[in-house]
Ligand binder design. Structure first.
Ligand code: DGP
Length: 125
């Protein structure tokens, strides 16, 4: 069910549990600022989720509260995942859902990295 992105951070959300090692994930990359792992319901041949280590509900929350170092580290991690996955050519798509209208399901900021095939139009028309 889509979340309300203005709610306080919920420490029991699935990605918080993955960060704490309480739930398994297929790690693609990790550093001090970010963890990247394969999406459990892949929508493309490459479908990686990149999340910050800190407790942020959404891009909106992150951009307001995170430190410059956290923001830089997270943005660099997203780019590194794309490069390491060999996506720069041929290209890839980034997507971050925020709140109900976007269909955001997990209340911890995540950027989807899609690639591995032509991805079609950005949104259904
Ligand atoms: P969004 O709709 O943007 O909130 O995307 C949430 C994504 O998270 C969705 O593509 C499925 C993925 N997901 C949900 N639960 C898990 C999980 O337990 N493990 C992994 N790897 N991915 C999950």
């Amino acid at each position: 069910m889509p979340i309300d992105a203005t709610q306080p951070y919920d420490e029991s959300n699935i990605f918080a549990r993955i960060l704490r090692g309480e739930l398994p994930s297929e790690t693609v990359y990790e550093d001090d600022y970010a963890l990247a792992f394969n999406d459990i319901r892949p929508a493309a041949p490459t479908h990686v989720l990149v999340i910050p280590r800190g407790p942020y509900v959404s891009w909106d929350d992150f951009s307001e509260r995170a430190s410059d170092a956290e923001i830089a580290g997270f943005v660099r991690a997203v780019g590194k995942v794309a490069r390491d996955k060999g996506l720069v050519p041929p290209g890839y798509r980034l997507l971050a859902n925020v709140g109900a209208d976007s269909g955001q399901e997990v209340p911890h900021l995540h950027v989807h990295v899609f690639g591995g095939k032509p991805l079609g139009p950005m949104l259904a028309r």
